[in-house]
Ligand binder design. Structure first.
Ligand SMILES: Cc1cc2nc3c(=O)[nH]c(=O)nc-3n(C[C@H](O)[C@H](O)[C@H](O)COP(=O)(O)OP(=O)(O)OC[C@H]3O[C@@H](n4cnc5c(N)ncnc54)[C@H](O)[C@@H]3O)c2cc1C
Length: 481
């Protein structure tokens, strides 16, 4: 890490709301560019969605993360932060479906072998029908269902993509924007799956990436190191402090109101980079015009509850990820952290992390750990994963209230209306996964933080970003789609 320039005491002070991937990267960059920076994070630890929880020697991410990027800058940043603590791992994931294990990413010969000849032929035929239809007239992708069916055919949509997506979002795939498929799946089409069978390389396609980087002590280690860099550069990170309001005068943000162990405080600033939920931030700027309030209400997030099992004995399976696509099971993914780093569980033990999509406050979110454990154990038995009760040393839940921004069919109009309202306050930038209301991976969130810091540092009076810069910030930084 290069030393930051000497910082005058009256250098502009930027408060960063949220200590996740985006906020921590923004703060490091602000300090490197000679500004002052303070990060406010409501949780007791940094990392946000990329945080790692430790309990009795077991470590659990909030949903297993892998670090992949096509950006040299972000790659160099993470390698510089982690030095000798970065492991290179190989991906191993399967879909559990109908009592069978399908390789994921899909492989054509594996699909046909698992489906059997008749259903395999049906899958190919339904793909052929879509190809033919696209020759006759261009197919329009409005919903998730359109996007997948046009690229994979109805049979594979019905077997995997449709049910998995419905469970993940709690919405019919017809009501989810095609943008989500484009950003999430990054598996171009069944034709590409076939090319893979012939070992034709597909560089840059994220879903196909076999190798990824992972910190020795969990994904959160990247941001624990970022906190050390921020402190070394003269900035501060205040964990356990919740942002409860903003104060502006003459259209310019002046201070941030914070509630924490020290009670309520008002912290003066010259600018704010916010990575907290966009609708929450918008309401902090004052009462919203009725149409903006309507849009803000429609920007919702899907929550995730993670049931973390601490287990005696050897690994449960050879796979890091097992997708559970069928709706009759409560979990959408089963992950075994040991496969990402051997330091995720004490010697002679392992763990499972079960990802359970839900809505904050619903029955799955609110039931006791004991009830959820019993339900999950029944589901795991039905999936063919036996004998975990006697191996269980402990279990606990972790909760993510803002897991996935819900891309309803008209979300772009709602997001743009709220972003435009926020941009009216000078010196206030909303970015990151929650702040841009954009489904993105951690490298894009980090890049967005760096870009926001650079834009603010370049603006002489920390004025609102010009339209082209705003567009670049919100549209230009998704590196991995
Ligand atoms: C289950 C799951 C798996 C994923 N897997 C991968 C993966 O394998 N690879 C990958 O690259 N990406 C993955 N991602 C995406 C990645 O986690 C995000 O892109 C990234 O963490 C977003 O960072 P962020 O800083 O924008 O947002 P966040 O991490 O959400 O940070 C926002 C921060 O703001 C804080 N905050 C909110 N409100 C307040 C308030 N009022 N006051 C103070 N603080 C507040 C929050 O506590 C949080 O720390 C995954 C995401 C999920 C949900």
């Amino acid at each position: 890490m290069t030393a930051p320039p000497a910082r005058p005491r009256n250098a502009p002070h930027v408060i960063v709301l949220g200590g996740g991937a985006c906020g921590m990267s923004a703060a490091m960059e602000l300090l490197r560019l000679g500004l002052r920076a303070t990060v406010i994070e409501r949780e007791p630890r940094v990392g946000g969605l990329c945080g790692t929880h430790e309990r009795d020697g077991w470590r659990f991410d909030l949903g297993g993360h892998r670090f992949i990027t096509q950006s040299r800058d972000i790659d160099a940043l993470v390698r510089g932060l982690l030095e000798g603590d970065l492991l290179e791992r190989r991906r191993s994931s399967v879909i559990l479906n109908g009592g069978r294990r399908f390789k994921y990413p899909l492989e054509l010969d594996d699909v046909v072998r698992n489906f059997g000849l008749v259903r395999g032929a049906r899958a190919l035929a339904s793909y052929g029908v879509e190809r033919l239809r696209s020759r006759l007239a261009p197919l329009r992708d409005r919903s998730f269902r359109d996007w997948v069916t046009h690229r994979f055919g109805g049979e594979l949509y019905g077997a995997f993509f449709g049910p998995y997506t419905g469970k993940l979002w709690g919405l019919a795939p017809e009501d989810i924007s095609a943008d989500w498929a484009a950003e999430r799946i990054s598996l171009p089409s069944l034709a590409d799956v076939a090319l893979r069978l012939l070992h034709v390389p597909r560089p840059g396609v994220r879903t196909y990436a076999r190798r990824y980087l992972y910190p020795r002590l969990g994904i959160g280690q990247i941001f624990e190191r970022s906190a050390q860099v921020i402190a070394a550069r003269g900035g501060s990170v205040r964990t356990g402090d919740e942002v409860i309001g903003l104060c502006a005068s003459a259209g310019q943000v002046r201070s941030v109101r914070v509630r924490g162990a020290r009670g309520e405080e008002e912290l003066a600033c010259d600018a704010v980079i916010s990575t907290i939920s966009l609708p929450v931030l918008a309401r902090m700027t004052g009462p919203l015009p009725a149409s903006v309030e309507r849009s803000a209400r429609r920007l919702r997030f899907r929550a995730i509850r993670l049931l973390n099992l601490q287990l005696d004995g050897p690994p449960v399976s050879p796979h890091t990820w097992m997708y559970v696509s069928e709706p009759g099971y409560v979990m959408s993914r089963i992950q075994e952290p040991l496969h990402r780093s051997p330091h995720m569980a004490p010697a002679g033990t392992t763990s499972l992390m079960l990802e359970i999509p839900c809505d904050a406050g619903d029955a799955l979110w609110s039931c006791s750990d004991g009830e959820l454990y019993e339900r999950c154990l029944r589901d795991l038995e039905r999936l063919g994963i036996h004998g975990l009760r006697t191996r269980t040393r402990g279990f606990f839940s972790t909760f993510v209230r803002e897991g996935y921004p819900i891309y309803h069919l008209d979300y772009v109009a709602d997001r743009d209306a709220v972003l435009a309202h926020v941009a009216r306050t000078q010196g206030l930038v909303s970015c990151g996964r929650q702040g841009a209301f954009r489904y993105m991976f951690m490298d894009s969130a980090m890049q967005m933080g760096l870009d926001a810091a650079r834009s603010l540092a370049a603006g002489r009076q920390l004025a609102p970003l010009p339209a082209h810069a705003t567009r670049a910030l919100y549209e230009g930084t998704v590196l991995t789609a």
